[in-house]
Design a protein around this ligand. Sequence first.
Ligand code: 89Y
Length: 338
Amino acid sequence: MRKLRYAVFGCGFWSHFQISGWNELEGLDLVALYNRTMSKAEQVAEKFKVPAVYDDPKKLLKNEELDFVDIITDVDTHLKFTKMAAKRGVDVVCQKPMASSWSDAKKLVEVCKENKVKLFINENFRWQAPIRKVREVMEAGIIGDVFKARVSFCSAFPVFDNQPFLAELDQFILTDIGSHVLDICRFLLGDVKSLYCRTQRVNPGIKGEDVANVLMEMKNGVHCFAEMSYASRLEKEVFPQTLILLEGSKGSIKLDADFKLKVTTEKGTTVETVKPVIYPWVDPDYAVVHSSIVDAQRDILNGLRGGKSETTGKDNLKTMQLVYSSYKSAETGKVIKY
Ligand code: 89Y
């Protein structure tokens, strides 16, 4: 099978793990890197033996023959780089969140469609092994019909140390973590009928909100509460784990700290630990997230090669709609109906 040639745009924190993730898969050739500060691109090129580096994205796209680009730059630049690649007929893999506004997210999907290139979003949380298992157990029917759900991402992890630009975002937690958490809600329970959201900023040192509580009624009738916070100093710090509770007519499924999956029925509770694969290159603080990058990329690679993929631009637009309508609800105090 022909190797797919790709370039990475953006050589920050995530590029190290995303490139390591691609390296776990067969049939890929990383041919070039772009970063606005050349020295950063050179450092990443040296680490991963990448032959070409650029600080001019247009030059890269002109010089290199590419099948796709992996855009890992700051969110504000996703649309700009996607347009550049799409206009040259190059498929796009873009980091979450897709764009920094609802209208840009729609434009991003549109520009790829117009130029007949594929678009995938590197949305990896739904690929975490314990979260896949929650859905598997739910679909097996063991807990009956689900009527209620809670998906929680509450932490006091010093997230701004590795990703300082997050503190500068006017819209922080719903775009950064909400894009994952709300995507998990969709992954488990399908489309949303209505949504109500409240937000808060607890940390005075950042621009955006660091707490968001979103209550949704799903189209299948399930009441789903998605809670996220970077201001929660709790008894047990579980960053970057997402905790889940699904309640059904015959029992419940709880994804608890340290990947403990607890299934309760009238017979009692069973406990299983669903550990992610830990690759040698993961940052231990982010292990479950970094590990799921590989599964997300495997699925995207399948899409790039013409097969199916879960996290297409079109699919992820539904998640983006939830993110941006959560802001609208928080701002207006109104329930958003779809
Ligand atoms: O940017 C975020 C992500 O995608 O996973 C965790 C994170 O690094 C900080 O919230």
